[in-house]
Design a protein around this ligand. Structure first.
Ligand SMILES: NC(=O)c1ccc[n+]([C@@H]2O[C@H](COP(=O)([O-])OP(=O)(O)OC[C@H]3O[C@@H](n4cnc5c(N)ncnc54)[C@H](OP(=O)(O)O)[C@@H]3O)[C@@H](O)[C@H]2O)c1
Length: 367
């Protein structure tokens, strides 16, 4: 006999934020979760991701070529999440499996196996819960790990001896980039928005120099940290940070544009860097990328990142918020820079109207 489908909760946007994201831009609705159909899997989500780029989809129109804007009063599809399979009608998935998928910000998800999601990064995938706690598959062992790994090693065109600057270096992607560059033997400069984060970058993540970009003119702070200039800029911020990087890059320097968080809430298109001509005069390479273009690197990234985590060469912090309804507040906090490392929502196991299948607690770290 099959299980009775539970009642679930879903976070939905009700208005597009103007400026700051507010809790009142969202609602939590209760929905009936139907049983899985052929090829589908019912997942009880345990952790869901909070990402800077969600802000880009919380508006009437997302940037051209990007994932579509979230629809008002609809579930927000395309948010990385891990959970446990409750019921499966798809080959290769069984109750109790830990999986990742992209139907986040809800406590139950019906996911079609084999259907590409989030450009391939969020397609339903079984993860090895013995390797690390489940939520690590949303951070260093998941899409953030892939973004950092692909962006640094395959997009930035790293060369031996390169001096690397990473912005938003205390965040989910940035903290991985900084540490990967250190593993690669580079001199690494990290920037962040508080003195505490700067201390964390140096003391915990081992960067060579770090600065708080709020403590003075950015070009001066960067010059102090890298008096001879930089060779690679890993851009998470855009705007004034990109402009400062263009000024500091040495001849034939490279920029990997990962994101531009300083511009995500802008009501009007922000102006481009005023010194772009330096790309001509210095022979710079500026290359944007998306993790989804590099899913072929996932197995390699997970194997290497898993080993580095195990050896303690990659350190990983989480900013955890408890309770599905807190997801919007967690996003607002991230956009204000209140997070360090990966921002996550731990989804509580609320009592449901009916649930007949036992659900195991999240797997423990085995190493
Ligand atoms: N290309 C891809 O495939 C891909 C995939 C994932 C993420 N991304 C991009 O990677 C970047 C980081 O994303 P994440 O999810 O890992 O977030 P995150 O770094 O964990 O959090 C975002 C951080 O950005 C900083 N920030 C916010 N507003 C800022 C501003 N105006 N100027 C400078 N810094 C600001 C804040 O830290 P401070 O305290 O330092 O200000 C905040 O903690 C984003 O640009 C995102 O879009 C790209």
């Amino acid at each position: 006999m099959r299980c009775v489908a539970p009642t679930g909760r879903v976070v939905q946007p009700v208005s597009y934020p103007r400026g700051e994201v507010r809790a009142s831009d969202f609602r939590v609705v209760t929905v009936e979760v139907r049983p899985p159909g052929p090829g589908e899997v019912l997942v009880r989500n345990t952790w869901t991701s909070v990402d800077a780029a969600l802000r880009l989809r919380l508006r009437e129109r997302a940037p051209k070529g990007y994932f579509p804007a979230f629809l008002l009063e609809e579930p927000m599809d395309g948010i990385m999440t891990v959970g446990e399979v409750v019921e499966s009608r798809a080959d290769g998935f069984a109750p109790g499996d830990t999986v990742w998928h992209a139907s986040g910000w809800r406590d139950y998800a019906l996911v079609k196996a084999g259907t590409p999601a989030l450009g391939g990064v969020g397609t339903l995938t079984k993860v090895d819960a013995r390797l690390a706690p489940p939520q690590a598959h949303l951070g260093p062992l998941g899409a953030n790990g892939l973004t950092a790994y692909a962006g640094l090693f395959h997009v930035a065109g790293l060369r031996e001896g390169d001096v690397v600057w990473v912005s938003a270096a205390a965040g989910a992607v940035g903290s991985l980039v900084a540490q990967l560059a250190k593993i690669g033997g580079h001199r690494v400069i990290g920037s962040a928005g508080s003195d505490d984060k700067v201390r964390h970058l140096v003391a915990d993540l081992g960067v060579d120099a770090a600065f708080n970009y709020k403590n003075g003119p950015l070009p001066d702070l960067l010059r102090e940290a890298a008096p001879d200039g930089i060779d690679v800029y890993f851009d998470n911020v855009g705007g004034d940070h990109l402009e400062a990087a263009l000024g500091a890059l040495r001849r034939a320097g490279r920029v990997a544009i990962c994101g531009m968080i300083s511009e995500y809430g802008a009501q009007e298109p922000p102006p481009g860097p005023g010194n772009l001509m330096l790309a001509v005069t210095k022979g710079l390479t500026i290359r944007g990328f998306r993790a989804g273009e590099h899913t072929d690197l996932l197995p390699e990234m997970r194997r290497r990142m898993g080993a580095w985590l195990h050896e303690g060469r990659i350190r990983h912090r989480e900013s955890v918020v408890d309770g599905l309804a807190q997801a919007p507040a967690a996003l607002a906090a991230l956009l204000r820079g209140e997070n360090t490392g990966k921002t996550l929502v731990r989804i509580e196991d609320v009592p449901h109207r009916e649930r007949q299948l036992p659900i195991r607690p999240p797997a423990a770290l085995l190493n």
